[in-house]
Design a protein around this ligand. Structure first.
Ligand SMILES: Nc1ncnc2c1ncn2[C@@H]1O[C@H](COP(=O)(O)OP(=O)(O)OP(=O)(O)O)[C@@H](O)[C@H]1O
Ligand SMILES: [Mg+2]
Length: 343
């Protein structure tokens, strides 16, 4: 059954691909836009079942065409066609029954612009999906690398801790075996310096997170260690520490500085006195924001203006300089040493 010529002329004037189909789904008229869209000569389309021209699954095409053939309202569905690259392209379609002089036909129009937009969206979704999968893989790899790094770091800390412990043992033995008082004192001061570092290492190793330690707990242990090394139970020691997380690199500097100042107080402040008081304070955000402040104060003899220069105070000055900290000494009633480190 040939299509009505007037209706065919109207279809030919349309920009969108359009077909007139008979009740059996056979193309009775296809417009030039349809031929171009399907990339077939126009003359070969008429008389072909639509099912042979498109890639829609038969179980979806037949019900849609049937629906369109029975409705005078536009029915919305889709056709699957194969594009130039051989990819399937889903194209929205609208169809309805139209009564023409030659009989009833189905007018089917394809919305190609929609299909292109849909294709662009699909392509974008596919590429986003690929990116997402790649990101997930990178995240998983990074997580594994991080876990591996943490295990290695823990292992390194463990070894450093053990080596420092061994060194402390050797120095302890040497100290006990040294008869000369001055030499013994020299060995003890080296031992205490090593122990200050060993303490940081021990605290770092005890924690799961090796980036820092609890500064308050650290200073308390350090004070106990120094006091017991000098055996000065006659000195009243107060340790006031506010909880503060100290980065591991700062903790080493803080520990070495605190050790020197506490050692000095125990060594020199109470030489001619049976008793005295030593106060060690650690305050986060001392006088300036973003710093920790350590104050080691004794009520002893005070630091003489012409005190002989030694390694301890020089070391403290050196330690604070590196991270941009400060060190000051006040000596009116006893000695008060103040160290500030940026955290
Ligand atoms: N709290 C203090 N009270 C009294 N004098 C002090 C105090 N701290 C330091 N001094 C004096 O300052 C001097 C220099 O101290 P410093 O720590 O630099 O060297 P040292 O203790 O003599 O030697 P090292 O620290 O190498 O064992 C000391 O010899 C001491 O006379
Ligand atoms: Mg000293």
């Amino acid at each position: 059954m040939p299509a009505n010529p007037d209706a065919a002329a109207v279809l030919d004037a349309l920009d969108e691909p359009a077909f007139l189909l008979d009740r059996g789904g056979v193309v009775r008229h296809a417009n030039p836009a349809a031929a171009q869209f399907l990339r077939r000569p126009l003359a070969t389309l008429n008389g072909q079942p639509l099912a042979a021209l498109v890639a829609s699954p038969a179980d979806r095409l037949a019900p849609f065409l049937d629906l369109c053939a029975r409705s005078s309202q536009s029915m919305v569905g889709g056709l699957v066609v194969t594009d130039q690259e051989g990819r399937s392209l889903s194209c929205p379609a609208r169809g309805c029954r139209i009564a023409l002089a030659g009989g009833a036909f189905t007018l089917l129009r394809l919305q190609v612009g929609e299909a292109k937009r849909f294709r662009a969206l699909t392509d974008k979704t596919i590429s986003l999906n690929a990116e997402l999968t790649e990101n997930k893989r990178i995240r998983r790899d990074l997580k594994l690398a991080l876990e591996e790094k943490e295990v290695l770091l823990r292992e390194v800390n463990h070894r450093v801790k053990n080596n420092l412990q061994m060194l402390q043992g050797v120095l302890s033995l040497t100290e006990r075996a040294t008869a000369d008082e001055r030499s013994r004192e020299a060995v003890r001061s080296v031992r205490l310096r090593v122990e200050a570092m060993g303490l940081v290492q021990r605290l770092l190793y005890q924690k799961d997170d090796v980036s820092g330690i609890d500064g308050a707990a650290f200073i308390r242990l350090l004070v106990d260690n120094c006091v017991s090394a000098f055996g000065r139970s006659d000195i009243a020691v107060t340790t006031t520490c506010e909880p503060v997380e100290v980065r591991s690199d700062t903790a080493f500097l803080l520990g070495l500085a605190a050790n020197e100042l506490i050692t000095n107080a125990l060594k020199y402040a109470f030489t001619d006195r049976p008793a005295g008081a030593l106060a060690v304070d650690l305050t986060p955000h001392g006088q300036r924001a973003g710093v920790i402040r350590l104050v080691v104060a004794d009520d002893g003899v005070g630091m003489a203006a012409d005190a002989p220069p030694g390694t301890g105070l020089a070391l403290v000055r050196h330690l604070v300089r590196r991270p941009g900290g400060s060190f000051s000494v006040e000596s009116s009633r006893g000695t008060r040493c103040i160290v500030e480190f940026p955290i």
